[in-house]
Design a protein around this ligand. Structure first.
Ligand SMILES: [Zn+2]
Length: 161
């Protein structure tokens, strides 16, 4: 089986008056992340890792933030469209691993639901999906609570010769 690996990173700034959506889960918190879409850093990092694995560019290239049709869009739809591109190339997910960088809120109670959401979108088994979180010990923009970041690694495989 041919295999391709990709890395993705994303970050968004916290702002008042937005829902906090991570891994497709609405997390109760006084602030949300600013962005053209719902600013789901987890799903954006995963999309970028998938696109990177196949050298297809990045999220901004495929879904420009100047396009009004993507305004406030659920990032689950972006991931679905990204995975369509992956399958068009003859690949499917082997596994993916995400680390969220955020001081607060803690997301441990929501991680199972995030993994279920991602597995649903990708039509795969839940154990192929890993979501973890860490603080940065109050260091940097995440440590000061200015925003959240996420890193993702994706492995794709193809049975096509
Ligand atoms: Zn993003």
């Amino acid at each position: 089986m041919k295999q391709r690996i990709g890395i993705g990173f994303d970050a968004h700034r916290f702002t008042e008056g937005r829902k906090l959506i991570l891994g497709g889960v609405h997390i109760p918190f006084p602030k949300g992340l600013a962005g053209h879409s719902d600013a789901d850093v987890i799903l954006h990092a995963v999309c970028d890792a998938m696109l990177g694995a196949l050298a297809l560019g990045d999220l901004g290239k495929h879904f420009p933030n100047t396009d009004p049709s993507y305004k406030d869009i659920s990032s689950g739809i972006l991931l679905e469209k990204t995975y369509d591109l992956v399958r068009q190339e003859g690949y499917e997910l082997v596994n993916l691993d995400v680390t969220v960088l955020m001081e607060e809120p803690g997301i441990a109670p929501f991680i199972d639901q995030m993994c279920r959401n991602i597995a649903d979108i990708l039509w795969c088994k839940i154990p192929l999906i890993s979501v973890k979180a860490t603080t940065t010990e109050k260091l940097g923009f995440t440590g000061r609570g200015e925003g959240a970041g996420a890193m993702a690694v994706v492995l794709l495989g193809s049975k096509r010769g």
